[in-house]
Design a protein around this ligand. Structure first.
Ligand code: HEM
Length: 369
C-alpha cells in the first residue's frame, strides 16, 4: 500500500504537470510540469511494474526497486536538484534488472528476457538523464521500457498458441530493435528513432497476429473487455511506430506530442485498464469487479486521444489538443477513482481473496490453471 501510494503520488502530480504543460492554467507542484514525462513513466508506471514484479519475486529485497522509483518521483515533484532524481531512478532500474536476472535464473524463458531488456531500457534512459540528456532524448528509452515490459507479458500468454513455431527468433529481433533504437539515438538520433519505430511496427503486427486477444475478443464479460483494451492499444502502437519511422528524432511540436501519447496513453494506459482487474487482486488482494460501464472509460481514453492527435496535432487546432488532453486527464482520474472505490467496497464487503485465488491473466483469457 505505501509503495502504491508513492506511485499514485507520481500519477497525480504528473497529471497536474500535464495540465500545466497543456496551458490549461491549473496549478501544479514545483517540478511536476517539467518532470511530467518521467513522473508518468518511471514514477507511476515504473513503480507499479516494479511492485508487481516484487510480489512475483517473493523476496523482500525486490521491494527496493519500487521504493527507489517512488522516492525518485517525490524528488522530482519536490524540485530536488540533480543528481538525485536521475540517481534514484537509475538505481531503481538497476535493481529491477537484478530482480529479472534472478527470475531468469529460475526460469530462463524468452518472455523474462524481453522484460529484462525493458528494465535495461529504464536503467539506460536514467543513466543518460544522469549524464545530462534532456527529456525528449529520454523519450525513446522510456517508450522501450514500457513497451518491452508489456510485450514480454503478452509473449508469455501467447506462447501456448505458438508451440511448434519458431517464434523466439522473431521475438528477439523486435526486442533487439526496440532496445537498440534508443541506444543508437545516443550517437545517431534520427537513425535510432527510426530503428525504434521499425521495432514497434513489427511488434504491433506480431501482437495483432499472435496475441490471444484476437480470439478472446469473441468471448464475454471481463475477458472480452480485456481483449478490447489490448487490441485498441496495439492500434495506437502502430500509429506511434509509423510517425517515428516517418519523422525520425522528435524533440517538440505536434508530431512529438502525438507519437509519445500514442505510445504512453493509447497503448500503455489501455494496457493498464485491461490488466488492472488482474494486477490489483495480485498486488492488493482485493477484487476489481468488471462492469459493462468499464467500456465507457475505455471509449473516453481512446476518444479523447483521437481528438488530441487528429484534431489537435494533425490539423493543428489548439483548442482540440487542449480539450482532448484535459479529457485524457479526466479519464485517468475517473479510472483511479473507480478502482479505489471498487477496492474499498470489496474490502468492506469482506472480499479479500488470497493471491493464489485471484484470477490470472491467463485464466481470464480462457486458459486453465
Ligand atoms: C492524460 C493526459 C496527458 C496529458 C494532457 C499530457 C500532456 C503532455 C504534454 C502537453 C506534453 C508536452 C508535449 C510537447 O512538448 O509537445 C507531454 C509530454 C510527455 N508526456 Fe504526457 N500527457 C498525458 C499523459 C501522459 C502519460 C499517461 C504518459 C506516460 C505514461 C505521458 C508521458 C509523456 C512523456 C514521456 C512526455 C515527453 C517528456 C516531456 O517532454 O516532458 N503523458 N505530455
Amino acid at each position: 500500500m505505501p509503495l502504491l501510494a508513492l506511485g499514485a503520488a507520481s500519477l497525480l502530480s504528473g497529471l497536474a504537470g500535464a495540465l500545466a504543460r497543456l496551458g490549461a492554467g491549473t496549478p501544479s507542484p514545483l517540478g511536476a510540469a517539467a518532470g511530467h514525462g518521467v513522473l508518468m513513466t518511471l514514477g507511476f508506471l515504473g513503480t507499479l511494474i516494479a511492485l508487481e514484479r516484487a510480489v512475483a519475486l517473493r523476496q523482500a529485497w525486490g521491494y527496493l526497486a519500487p521504493l527507489l522509483s517512488g522516492l525518485g518521483g517525490l524528488a522530482i515533484v519536490a524540485g530536488v536538484p540533480a543528481p538525485w532524481p536521475p540517481l534514484l531512478m537509475a538505481a531503481a532500474g538497476a535493481w529491477l534488472s537484478a530482480g529479472y536476472l534472478v527470475m531468469w535464473q529460475r526460469q530462463p524463458t524468452v518472455h523474462i528476457t524481453v522484460q529484462a531488456l525493458g528494465a535495461l531500457a529504464w536503467w539506460g534512459g536514467a543513466m543518460c538523464w544522469l549524464a545530462g540528456t534532456d527529456l525528449p532524448g529520454l523519450a525513446p528509452w522510456l517508450a522501450a521500457f514500457v513497451v518491452l515490459t508489456i510485450a514480454g507479458e503478452r509473449v508469455e500468454l501467447a506462447r501456448l498458441a505458438l508451440v511448434g513455431r519458431r517464434y523466439r527468433e522473431v521475438v528477439l529481433v523486435w526486442s533487439a530493435l526496440i532496445l537498440g533504437g534508443p541506444a543508437l539515438t545516443v550517437v545517431w538520433p534520427a537513425v535510432g528513432a527510426r530503428v525504434l519505430g521499425v521495432g514497434l511496427l513489427v511488434l504491433s503486427g506480431w501482437l495483432v497476429r499472435y496475441d490471444i486477444a484476437r480470439r478472446t475478443v469473441h468471448a464475454r464479460g471481463l475477458t472480452r473487455y480485456m481483449a478490447s483494451c489490448l487490441l485498441t492499444g496495439y492500434g495506437w502502437l502502430g500509429v506511434a511506430a509509423l510517425i517515428w519511422i516517418w519523422r525520425g528524432a522528435l524533440t517538440d511540436g505536434p508530431a512529438y506530442d502525438a507519437t509519445l501519447h500514442a505510445v504512453f496513453l493509447g497503448f500503455a494506459m489501455s494496457m493498464v485498464l485491461g490488466h488492472a482487474p488482474v494486477i490489483l487482486p495480485a498486488v492488493l488482494r482485493v477484487r476489481l469487479p468488471y462492469h459493462p460501464r468499464d467500456y465507457g472509460v475505455l471509449a473516453l481514453l481512446h476518444g479523447s486521444l483521437a481528438l488530441r492527435i487528429v484534431g489537435g496535432d494533425l490539423f493543428d487546432v489548439e483548442l482540440l489538443r487542449v480539450v482532448g488532453g484535459v479529457l485524457g486527464v479526466v479519464t485517468l482520474l475517473a479510472f483511479v477513482a473507480y478502482a479505489a472505490s471498487s477496492a474499498y467496497g470489496a474490502r468492506r464487503g469482506g472480499h479479500r481473496p488470497a493471491v493464489a485465488a485471484a484470477p490470472t491473466t491467463f485464466e481470464l483469457q480462457g486458459g486453465r490453471r
